[in-house]
Design a protein around this ligand. Structure first.
Ligand SMILES: O=C(CO)[C@H](O)[C@H](O)COP(=O)(O)O
Length: 223
């Protein structure tokens, strides 16, 4: 909790007056949004693009100015969380179910900053089950195909019903084991009919802010 807060507060300090800011989703970004709400009350002028209904609700409650994604061509800086990050700044995202929207917002962002606690930094991705957003009525077929490829897929549930994303899709959480080639796996999965997006974000982050007990440090993507 402290680590997430430290990372969030440092990342929020990167936002400058006049920026269009992408707001990610999750418990670490929560601290970014709260800090941005405070800075806006102190006079910071920004426009924000949300990546989920949960983030929209929080940002609105703090008085942040939100614009719909459909009206934005470019975003100056997006700050988002991640479930795992490797040394090349590849990541797994989607633990909170907002991966599709998060990937689209990242795609039009000049700078992408990820905020994570220290437990998220890994040598190789794959301990965290990989979220894949899929077409709901094809989930049974996809699960069978993924099993045939040697993976252990699990349909994400919310109580006794399948979890649905803000875009009304389903998510399969895929036990992959350590991923040798994140980009190769992402491409392979994306080629499967019914797969809408994968939670593999390939060298997406320009900056990763890693919280610690006493502060936060910044890792830069040197690609
Ligand atoms: O990808 C995400 C949501 O789709 C989140 O950014 C990711 O799950 C990290 O969340 P948290 O900061 O709560 O650990």
């Amino acid at each position: 909790m402290e680590e997430k807060r430290h990372a969030g507060i440092l990342a929020a300090s990167f936002v400058k007056d006049g920026m269009t800011v992408g707001l990610g989703t999750g418990s670490t970004v929560y601290h970014v949004i709260v800090r941005l709400g405070e800075r806006v009350k102190e006079g910071l002028r920004i426009r924000c693009v949300s990546t989920s209904e949960a983030t929209t609700e929080l940002a609105e409650s703090l008085g942040l100015d939100l614009i719909p994604m459909s009206e934005v061509l470019n975003i100056d800086m997006t700050i988002d969380g991640a479930d795992e990050v490797d040394r090349s700044c590849n990541g797994i995202k989607g633990g909170g179910g907002a991966l599709l929207h998060e990937k689209l917002v990242a795609d039009i962002s000049r700078i992408v900053v990820w905020v994570v606690d220290s437990s998220k930094i890994v040598e190789r991705l794959g301990a965290f089950p990989l979220p894949i957003e899929i077409v709901p009525f094809f989930h049974m077929q996809l699960i069978s195909k993924l099993e045939g490829m040697g993976f252990s897929p699990r349909l994400r549930m919310s109580g006794s019903c399948p979890f649905t994303t803000d875009e009304n899709n389903y998510i399969i959480d895929l036990e992959t084991g350590f991923i040798e080639d994140p980009e190769g796996l992402h491409r392979k999965l994306k080629l499967m009919p019914g797969v809408i997006e994968t939670g593999l974000f390939i060298t997406t982050a320009d900056i990763v802010v890693v919280g610690s007990k006493d502060g936060a440090k910044v890792l830069r993507n040197t690609r």
